[in-house]
Design a protein around this ligand. Structure first.
Ligand code: GRF
Length: 208
């Protein structure tokens, strides 16, 4: 049934991908937003959309366990990491494997980790972009679902490249999550499976 697919979004900061998911949710419903940073700017998007949000007031030591327990309690169909800056426990990843996706600002497996735009410019590569992948226990590893790319031009700065890639992210992530919700993207035996009815156009959900 439309919108019956429950998504939990985890953020740590700005939340522009959360906003894109909220705005382009067609076949899923965001049932909660969880942040490890009580002051994350992106929490305002949850407020504006009337989505319940959860922040934690426990010390660093207890935080990961608290996040795991909250995710269990919410029991979503999918957890979407959207700028969530904390490395999840192996136990967490094991428990939600196949129901846990992330967006990363590079064309993985190139440039895992932080500061990808700066590193792309330093490396002199001429193509850059973003990747949505299932999360496993590595850092930015895990089966790749989809990527969007753009050219890196000689006049690009870290800021201009970041803006270009972010615009791609805001199309790609909702596209993937809508298709997962429609049962058209799945993880089967550690491989990403696409249904015959997957919407090929990555802008399919934009502009609602
Ligand atoms: C995005 O570039 C995303 O790919 C990365 O962290 C950034 C989060 O941005 N994982 P925002 O908080 O969604 O604006």
């Amino acid at each position: 049934m439309k919108n019956d697919f429950k998504v939990l979004v985890l953020i740590s900061g700005r939340g522009s991908n959360l906003k894109a998911l909220i705005d382009q949710a067609v076949d899923f419903r965001i049932i909660a937003v969880l942040s490890d940073e009580p002051d994350a700017k992106g929490l305002k998007f949850a407020d504006e959309a009337g989505i319940p949000k959860h922040v934690f007031h426990v010390g660093k030591k207890l935080l990961k366990q608290a996040i795991l327990e909250k995710c269990r309690e919410i029991s979503p169909d999918l957890i979407a990491l959207a700028g969530f800056m904390r490395i999840l426990q192996p136990e967490f990843v094991r428990e939600f494997y196949g129901k846990l996706v992330n967006i990363h600002p590079s064309l993985l497996p190139d440039l895992p980790g932080l500061n990808t735009h700066k590193r792309a410019i330093q490396a002199g590569i001429n193509k850059h972009g973003c990747t949505v992948h299932y999360v496993d226990n590595g850092v930015d590893t895990g089966p790749i679902i989809a990527q969007s790319s753009c050219a890196v031009t000689p006049d690009d700065t870290e800021e201009s490249l970041s803006a270009k890639v972010l615009a791609l992210e805001h199309r790609l992530y909702p596209w993937v999550v809508n298709n997962i919700a429609r049962g058209q993207i799945k993880l089967k035996r550690d491989k990403v499976w696409f249904g015959d009815d997957v919407k090929m156009d990555v802008t399919a959900y934009a502009g609602n």
